[in-house]
Ligand binder design. Structure first.
Ligand code: OAA
Ligand code: MG
Length: 388
C-alpha cells in the first residue's frame, strides 16, 4: 500500500468565549487528510486528523517539516510487517527525525494531527472502530461499551451573567449529560463562588461539577481558591497553576482534600514523568488530562500511560482533554476514566457521532470503521470543505 496524497488546511473555531487565560477570538485548528491507494467499500481509504482547541493551527510546521518527511518516505518505510497497513510507530520515527529532545509543544500538535489521521487509516483498513483495534493491540482485548463523558463549558462571555450560566448548564442536562465543567479564575474569587453556586443550583450534585482555572493562579491564589471551594466537594479543581509549575500542584495536593486535575498542557512522556516525580499527584483521586492529539499523537500517549503505570496510577485516572472522537476511541479501547466533551463550543470538532446520543452521562462508540468521523455529518462537511 502507499500514501497517494497528504492535504492540510486551517479551520477557524473562533468564538467570543474566554477562559481565565485566553480568549478564543482568533482560535483555529489544522485539519489534514491522508489519502491511500487501499480500497474499502469501493473507495480509496482516507484518514482525517485535526487538533483540538487551545493550541492554534500548525500550518508552518506541517508544510515545512512534517508533511515533507512523510511524503519523502518510501512505501516500505511506512508499512507494517504485513505490508497491507500503515505502521504508526515507524511513521512517528520518520516524522521526528532530526528533532532534538525537549522543548515539547507546538511541534507535538503538528505530529499529533498526522498521527490521528494515520490511526484513522489503520482502523479503516482493518474495517473496525479504532477502539477495538486498540483494545486488541494494547489493552485486554475488550472495549468499554460506554464511556463517561462530561460537558465542558461554563466559559466567560462578553455579556456574562449568572442566568446565562444556569441556562447553559440546564442545556447540558437536557442533552443527556450528568456532569459538567466550568471556568474559574477570570473574575475575583467571590464572583467565581457566585458562579459556582449558580451552576450548582442546576447541576445539584457537587461531585458532578468540575472547575478549571487554566493555569492562571500563583500559589497564594491557588490556596485561597482551595480554601474557598473545599466545602463544596466538587468533582475536581483543574490546572490551578502554570502547567509546568509542579510545586504549585504539590502545594494544592497537600492543602486540598478534593480531586485535582492537570495534564492538558503536558505534551510528552518526559513531562508526564516529571509530573509523577515532582507534583505530588495522588493516585487515589487525581485526574490526568493529557490530550493525545496535542501531544504527538497516540504513539506518545501510549508512552505516557507507561509512565503513569510505573508511578502506580491506573488508566482510569485519565480523562483526556479535547472532546474529540480520537480520545473517545482511546478511552473505550484502553479503559480510561472517561473523556471530555464540548457540546456547545468548538463546533464541529467537539461532540461525538450523530448516531450515539449521550445517555445518562455516557456515550457509545459507533460501529463504523476508523475513528468514526463519517458518522458526524457537520464535521465531515467541514473537513471536506477544507480538504477536497
Ligand atoms: O479553555 C480551554 O482552553 C479548554 C480547557 O481548558 C479544557 O477543555 O479543559
Ligand atoms: Mg482545562
Amino acid at each position: 500500500m502507499k500514501i497517494t496524497d497528504i492535504r492540510e488546511a486551517r479551520a477557524s473555531i473562533a468564538s467570543p468565549i474566554a477562559n481565565a487565560y485566553i480568549d478564543f477570538s482568533k482560535m483555529d485548528v489544522s485539519v489534514v487528510a491522508i489519502h491511500t491507494d487501499v480500497i474499502r467499500d469501493g473507495e480509496p481509504v482516507v484518514g482525517y486528523g485535526f487538533n483540538s482547541n487551545g493550541r492554534y493551527a500548525q500550518q508552518g510546521l506541517l508544510r515545512d517539516r512534517f508533511i515533507p518527511r512523510l511524503r519523502d518516505a518510501t512505501a516500505e518505510m511506512i508499512v507494517d510487517e504485513t505490508g497491507e497497513n500503515l505502521d504508526p510507530f515507524r511513521i512517528w520515527e520518520i516524522l521526528m527525525q532530526n528533532e532534538k529532545p525537549g522543548g515539547h509543544g507546538e511541534r507535538s500538535v503538528a505530529v499529533g494531527v498526522l498521527d490521528m489521521a494515520v490511526w484513522d487509516i489503520v482502523a479503516k483498513i482493518e474495517a473496525r472502530p479504532l477502539a477495538q483495534v486498540l483494545a486488541e493491540r494494547f489493552g485486554d482485548g475488550s472495549t468499554d461499551a460506554r464511556v463517561a463523558v462530561y460537558a465542558a463549558g461554563g466559559y466567560y462571555y462578553p455579556d456574562d451573567d449568572l442566568e446565562r450560566l444556569r441556562e447553559e448548564m440546564r442545556g447540558y442536562l437536557t442533552l443527556g449529560y450528568t456532569a459538567t465543567k466550568m471556568k474559574i479564575g477570570g473574575v475575583p474569587l467571590a464572583d467565581d463562588l457566585r458562579r459556582i453556586d449558580a451552576a450548582l443550583e442546576v447541576i445539584e450534585k457537587p461531585e458532578c461539577l468540575a472547575v478549571d482555572a487554566n493555569g492562571r493562579f500563583d500559589e497564594a491564589t491557588t490556596l485561597a481558591y482551595a480554601r474557598g471551594m473545599e466545602h463544596y466537594g466538587l468533582r475536581w479543581f483543574e490546572e490551578a497553576g502554570d502547567p509546568l509549575d509542579y510545586e504549585i500542584q504539590k502545594a494544592l495536593g497537600k492543602a486540598y482534600s478534593g480531586a485535582t486535575a492537570t495534564g492538558e498542557n503536558l505534551f510528552s512522556h518526559q513531562d508526564v514523568r516529571n509530573l509523577m516525580r515532582y507534583a505530588g499527584m495522588r493516585a487515589d483521586r487525581d485526574i490526568l488530562q493529557m490530550d493525545p492529539v496535542l501531544s504527538y499523537g497516540l504513539v506518545e500517549y501510549l508512552r505516557m500511560l507507561d509512565e503513569l503505570r510505573a508511578a502506580g496510577f491506573s488508566t482510569r485516572n485519565c480523562i483526556p482533554h479535547g472532546g474529540h472522537q480520537f480520545a473517545l476511541n482511546i478511552a473505550a479501547g484502553l479503559k480510561l476514566g472517561g473523556n471530555e466533551s464540548y457540546p456547545r463550543v468548538f463546533a464541529p470538532f467537539g461532540g461525538f457521532a450523530d448516531s450515539t446520543p449521550i445517555e445518562d452521562g455516557q456515550v457509545r462508540i459507533p460501529d463504523v470503521p476508523g475513528i468514526g468521523f463519517e458518522d458526524k455529518a457537520a464535521l465531515m462537511d467541514t473537513l471536506r470543505a477544507h480538504l477536497d
